[in-house]
Design a protein around this ligand. Structure first.
Ligand code: XCC
Ligand code: SF4
Length: 630
């Protein structure tokens, strides 16, 4: 028998406790302490019934004061707050996608950024009806970058990517009037609708919430994923490691954190530069070790096998090891706490984007035009900082697990097709996966995504649910911080097949895959809706009929709700383990959990008891199976 053993949440917590002792020594603050100061939370905020949209307010809804000064009721206030929350998430993901498209305008055969997957570029160009015959690949790339950027502001028409969905889904979107027009327009419309004196009808606000979410998943995020693949390579299975133990005591540790691979890819490049490695040796380090936190970590793990130090609620831990020479961040999910925290250590906290500027950081503006030069400067700063380490503060928890990551849709199709067909053609189909499902070898699939949130014992919901699902022969596909939780626990080790039911274990053996598949960062949830569309087309079923559900058990961000909206709008029931701030309106709750089903054949399920959440997901999958007679 093998010696495979998962790492437990208890082990994670013990490691964190030890690090917090170091923190106490140097007078560092931590989220664990700040949570205590912030709880109990404001009830009005939790229920979504506080309105600050105009300066006649703020207005708060109580039994004695059922309307704001303008007369808006709880349903209008909650609905507006929800729509603004979604718009925040859609704007954020989509702007990330836009940055990628801008970087893509800089690709050049001898530049910092190149076309690494020309086949994918050609495929998408054909999809968009762009002439490819006899074209120079870089010339084509520049035209495609322009076209992609136009999707953000075009005055007429709807998103190009929508045509990837099955006809039936497209018709639902059309009839429900939720096809996203220009990406920016859906965010602007959301802001306009929620300005004082516009919409206060829950139905209208929820409809626009779906449409804004759609402009993310079937617009900005999809652009982010696809053009990242073209520029940095479409992920293929690759081995890596995860958890704080990937940091190295005798090397310069550079942590990349955030979301945009344009930066982290360049840092990885220059960390491998012989000149930089020689410099590291000259200051007494054995080498340069790059590891990641949050989604930028997922990006470079999937494409380069760069190890994953941790997810969202571990970002302070990497600094608390005392062995982090630099934490280099781009955008999103970065704790402002990293500024003061890094001051307690020798760590350099380097911000690089005008979008994410923070006190107590060193700002080095990172732009596509000068990417190489800036990346080199950052790596050099980190290396030169090695001598400032305070040895007595260094403690790296010896926890890490092996992980196989990199399951893009292309990689999944290729891997599974390889099992059944001796001749793999380039496009492949999802038929083998469908066969596994219809024959009952696999009972269904869950797309598990999203963050950590101190409202849930960190990582316990992700890991607990995954274990339960795979034991029930349900395959799990993952992205974001959920994926990192899995990797840190060891669930992405191929040996984790031991924890599966018989059917899923057989599939893992035949296909040589782990039972939970890493599909990427949060923008890569666009990969999941593409996969669902492909499964529906190949099976002749509607997406909503597939025994597939989505789940965000520990979500926290606006982005997560935007994602939830486009996943539901795609026809996939979505299970949340943290309540959105909508419970102050029975109407909004009804629309989200029931009403929208009439439009998109799916809805939200909210369940904060994580065990029950798992049971309900399995029950839902079984319901879908019986409806199909399997
Ligand atoms: Fe952020 Fe994407 Fe959430 Fe993780 S999962 S905490 S949004 S890094 Ni997207
Ligand atoms: Fe109050 Fe209406 Fe102004 Fe909101 S928009 S703060 S409910 S008066």
């Amino acid at each position: 028998m093998s010696e495979f053993k998962l790492s437990s949440v208890e082990e994670f917590e013990k490691a964190t406790e030890r690090l917090l002792e170091t923190g106490a020594k140097v007078g560092a603050d931590s989220w664990q302490l700040r949570v205590k100061n912030q709880t109990p939370h404001c009830k009005f905020g939790e229920k979504g019934i506080c309105c600050r949209i105009c300066s006649m307010g703020p207005c708060r809804i109580t039994p004695k004061a059922p309307r704001g000064i303008c007369g808006c009721d709880a349903h209008g206030i909650v609905g507006r707050n929800f729509l603004r929350f979604v718009a925040g998430g859609a704007a954020t993901h989509s702007d990330h996608g836009r940055e990628i498209c801008h970087t893509f305008t800089h690709v050049a055969p001898d530049g910092d950024y190149k076309v690494k997957d020309p086949e994918k570029l050609l495929r998408i160009a054909k999809e968009w009806g762009v002439e490819t015959e006899g074209r120079d690949i870089y010339d084509l790339a520049h035209e495609m970058a322009e076209l992609a950027l136009m999707e953000y502001g075009k005055p007429y028409g709807v998103q190009r990517w929508l045509s990837r969905a099955p006809e039936h889904t497209q018709k639902l979107w059309h009839d429900a009037e939720i096809e996203p027009r220009a990406i920016d327009r859906e965010v602007a419309t959301a802001m306009h609708m929620t300005h004082m004196g516009n919409s206060s009808k829950a139905e209208a606000l929820i409809r626009q919430s779906l449409r804004s979410g759609m402009s993310d998943g079937w617009g900005g995020s999809m652009a982010g994923t696809e053009f990242s693949d073209i520029m940095f390579g479409t992920p293929k299975p690759v081995d890596t490691e995860a958890n704080l133990g990937v940091m190295k005591e005798d090397e310069v540790n550079i942590i990349v954190h955030g979301h945009d691979p344009s930066l982290s890819e360049m840092i990885c490049e220059y960390a491998e530069d012989p000149e930089m490695i020689a410099l590291a040796k000259s200051v007494g380090a054995k080498g340069i070790n790059v590891a990641g936190v949050c989604c930028t970590s997922n990006e470079v793990a999937m494409r380069r096998g760069v190890p994953m130090a941790g997810n969202f609620l571990q970002q302070e831990n990497v600094v608390l090891t005392g062995a982090c020479e630099a934490i280099v961040v781009d955008v999103q999910c970065i704790f402002p706490a990293l500024g003061p925290l890094s001051k307690c250590f020798h760590t350099k906290f380097i911000t690089t984007s005008k979008i994410a500027q923070m006190p107590d950081s060193e700002f080095i503006l990172f732009e596509a035009g000068s990417a190489g030069e800036k990346a080199r400067k950052i790596v050099r700063m980190a290396v030169e900082n090695f001598v400032n380490r305070k040895k007595e503060l260094v403690h790296i928890p010896q926890l890490k697990q092996k992980a196989t990551v990199g399951y893009s849709v292309e990689a999944i199709i290729k891997t599974l097709d390889g099992v059944t067909n001796s001749q793999v053609d380039e496009t492949g189909t999802t038929k083998p996966l469908l066969d596994c499902i219809t024959s009952g070898v696999i009972r269904g699939a869950v797309a598990m995504v999203g963050c950590n949130n101190p409202r849930v014992r960190p990582d316990s919901a992700h890991i607990g649910l995954m274990k339960k699902l795979i034991a029930n022969d349900i395959i799990v596909i993952l992205s974001g911080c959920s994926a990192q939780a899995a990797a840190r626990a060891g669930l992405m080790d191929k040996q984790a097949k031991e924890l599966c039911g018989d059917g899923l274990r057989r599939v893992c053996e035949l296909a040589d895959i782990p039972p939970v598949l890493h599909m990427g960062s949060c923008v890569d949830i666009s990969r999941m809706v593409v996969l669902a569309s492909q499964l529906a087309k190949d099976s002749g079923l509607n997406i909503s009929q597939l025994p597939v559900v989505g789940c965000a058990p520990e979500w926290m961000s606006e982005k997560a709700v935007s994602i939830g909206n486009y996943v539901v709008a795609t026809g996939i029931d979505t299970f949340l383990g943290v309540e959105p701030q909508v419970t102050g309106s029975s109407e909004v709750v009804w629309w989200l959990t029931e009403g929208i089903r009439d439009w998109v054949e799916a809805s939200y399920f909210i369940e904060t008891d994580i065990d029950k959440l798992g049971d309900r997901m399995i029950a839902r999958i079984e319901e879908k199976r019986s409806a199909l007679g399997i």
